[in-house]
Design a protein around this ligand. Structure first.
Ligand SMILES: [Zn+2]
Length: 679
């Protein structure tokens, strides 16, 4: 496969270099040898080098574009040649839909909204349309110059989409030619979205053709098209998918979320953070414990590490950044040998609906994907072995024992049928909230063993768990700050009761101290959780939006409910970890061995809403009790130290205590070596 080398390059830098021409000293001190020496010192083995930036300035000797006026030499050629000498792979960065120079000089190339407005005059850079001759007159000829003449290994294609549909005269002409209707604001959004995806797919195919003519080994890495908001049509045109997943205020789970999703894609992928504290180009620097913690999450979840950097105005690099990289990439380097060729063990899949390969996922997924983020957070914190699997990859179902359906219900009939057959052959299907509710009915009702009566009219729900699924929750009616569904069991058994609130909040007539009313003491007569035997498998239904509400509220009893339900359904999981919810675990297979990876999130205080919690120092936590399913002759070795630790085999598991977890602990479960016979 093209770009096979990518999977062996674990220490990647995305070298941002968006540079206007007004600073007097812009790029006057670039020195390829010194530049690449920093990369080598920082243990970088793959780097994106700029060919053209958002300002529309090219960083190489282009004949068709505008070269940055401050650059006397050929940055791209010199840096790429020097990288090749040092064994560092390079990809050429090219900015598509943002280009100030092209926007200023070519009014016809501008992206235009439904009201006829363009954007660029008051911004650092303008937005361009890829259906205008900008593509043929500038972008494709420049890509051809680089593909033909430069010693790079591929392209990083940035800003592949304009933010919204474009209504320029070229889009109108093309739209009419394809669909035989006029492009106007009243065209259904679905068609506009298809047109947008099709536009991107068409120029990606053209770029592939250019590369194939000059150097078929060149890889295409379009930014963001590996992210869940995009479509399979463009995903399949990439050699490597990319997801920028740098932490956001209050949210460090982004690398885990992206990694657990992209690792199931039919393409290798890159998840990307930045060395900056807040975001691109601000030139602030994270503490090493913060960057190392982020890299550890990527590694533990089966990904390479990647960080953004930014070139100084004068074309040099900042030495302290490469001290940081030397430390954080050094951490990665020390674990590469252990993790090389290791693959995550499939067990539980959260199946994300992907109803149409030609539409962006963002078209139908709920705002901020709260149910998906909530499902991920719940399962990470409950130490469940799981992937986030797109329903377009439903042919992989046979690899999984448990499938969880978050909301919304957007599964195709084909996917539903596959789920039914998979459950019949022994799978455990867990449907949550409205994940199977469509057009006033519930899909897969034979699997779930319930009939839909109605959505509950209450905006608040309460539930009481039966003893077998009570887990760590308090013995109270538990609150769910969201609606639920009234279902009647046909063949299913009940594991929890739904309780209505005393009243819907209706001040001043009916109200309590809190708008969240207490529960009615007697059950509603409808279940909140059911389990149903279906042929060889089972269908489980949770009658409220547990994941979405957990993401919104952090109400720990919701996580504990799912944890207890999961343990009840899966009494013998692939591993068990006795640790706090801020420890994450992932099990991999490497040859005949298993690797249990542990990471932790040791955040500072949150501060205000826009602040990102710092990780200034990480202290090890100690003595984490673990067990992994293994034969009775198992031994456990800590990696990369190679130190064997005591273990005991019982009931199909090997039990051991990880003595210390700082950023990451790797426990290799292997076969006990035969003792040498005494002669
Ligand atoms: Zn257009």
């Amino acid at each position: 496969m093209r770009g096979e080398w990518f999977k062996d390059h674990w220490r990647q830098v995305h070298m941002d270099f968006h540079m206007p021409e007004w600073p007097d000293d812009a790029i006057d001190s670039f020195d390829a040898k010194a530049f690449v020496a920093h990369l080598a010192r920082g243990k970088v083995n793959m780097v994106a080098l700029f060919a053209k930036c958002h300002f529309g300035n090219s960083f190489y000797n282009t004949k068709v574009g505008h070269k940055h006026s401050g650059l006397p030499n050929d940055f791209l050629m010199e840096a790429a040649e020097e990288c090749r000498k040092q064994g560092i792979r390079t990809i050429a960065y090219y900015s598509f839909c943002w280009d100030k120079h092209a926007w200023d000089d070519n009014p016809d190339w501008r992206w235009v909204n439904a009201e006829g407005e363009t954007f660029g005059a008051e911004r650092p850079w303008g937005i361009l349309c890829m259906n205008t001759p900008y593509r043929e007159e500038l972008c494709l000829p420049q890509i051809e110059e680089i593909a033909r003449d430069y010693p790079v290994d591929g392209f990083f294609l940035d800003i592949p989409y304009a933010p919204e549909p474009c209504f320029c005269k070229f889009c109108k002409k093309k739209f009419k030619a394809i669909y035989d209707i006029e492009l106007a604001p009243n065209v259904p959004d679905e068609l506009l979205q298809r047109f947008k995806v099709g536009t991107c797919a068409s120029w990606l195919r053209e770029i592939r053709g250019i590369c194939d003519r000059h150097n078929p080994d060149l890889i295409l890495l379009p930014n963001g098209l590996g992210h869940l908001r995009h479509s399979r049509e463009v995903l399949l045109l990439q050699d490597v998918a990319c997801w920028e997943s740098q932490p956001k205020p209050g949210d460090y789970l982004t690398h885990s979320y992206s990694s657990r999703q992209v690792r199931t894609l039919p393409r290798p992928a890159q998840v990307m953070t930045v060395r900056f504290y807040q975001g691109w180009g601000d030139l602030t620097l994270k503490p090493a414990p913060q960057l190392t913690s982020e890299f550890a999450v990527m590694l533990a979840n089966g990904m390479e590490s990647n960080s953004g950097d930014q070139v100084n105005v004068n074309g040099t690099l900042q030495p302290p950044v490469y001290d940081l990289f030397a430390e954080s990439f050094g951490f990665v380097e020390a674990r590469e040998k252990t993790l090389k060729d290791a693959k995550t063990v499939p067990h539980t899949a959260v199946l994300l609906p992907e109803p149409d390969a030609g539409l962006p996922m963002a078209y139908y997924a709920p705002e901020d994907w709260a149910a998906w983020r909530g499902a991920h957070k719940t399962l990470v914190e409950s130490h469940v072995q799981f992937d986030l699997l797109l329903s377009g990859d439903v042919d992989k179902l046979a690899d999984y024992e448990v499938v969880i359906l978050p909301e919304p219900c957007a599964y195709t009939d084909h996917v539903l049928e596959q789920l039914r057959m998979w459950a019949a052959s022994g799978g455990t299907l867990i449907a949550v909230g409205g994940s199977l509710v469509k057009r006033g009915d519930i899909a897969l009702k034979n699997v779930l063993g319930v009939e839909l009566v109605d959505p509950s009219p209450f905006s608040l729900s309460h539930f009481k768990l039966y003893p077998e699924v009570r887990g760590e929750t308090a013995g109270l009616p538990l609150q769910l700050r969201g609606a639920s569904y009234k279902v009647a069991p046909s063949t299913a058994e009940v594991l929890a009761d739904l309780h209505y609130p005393m009243a819907e909040y209706q001040p001043p007539v009916k109200a309590f101290r809190s708008p969240h009313s207490p529960a009615q003491p007697t059950p509603s007569g409808y279940p909140f959780i059911t389990v149903n035997a279906f042929v060889e498998g089972r269908g489980v239904y949770v009658a409220g939006s547990l994941f979405e509400v957990y993401w919104r509220t952090n109400h720990h009893w919701l996580r504990q409910t799912m944890d207890a339900l999961y343990r009840h359904l899966v009494p013998e999981p692939p591993f068990r970890v006795d640790a706090a919810p801020n420890v994450e675990a992932n099990l991999m297979r490497s040859g005949g061995d298993m690797l249990l990876n542990l990471v932790q999130y040791q955040l500072g205080h949150q501060g205000g809403q826009t602040a990102i919690a710092a990780i200034e120092r990480v202290d090890p936590i100690h003595d984490i009790k673990c067990s992994v399913k293994a034969p009775a002759n198992a031994a456990v070795i800590l990696e990369p130290e190679g130190e064997e630790i005591p273990c005991s085999c019982k009931n199909g598991y090997v039990g051991f205590t990880v003595p210390s977890l700082k950023y990451m602990a790797i426990a290799r479960v292997t076969r006990k070596r035969a003792k040498k016979k005494a002669r």
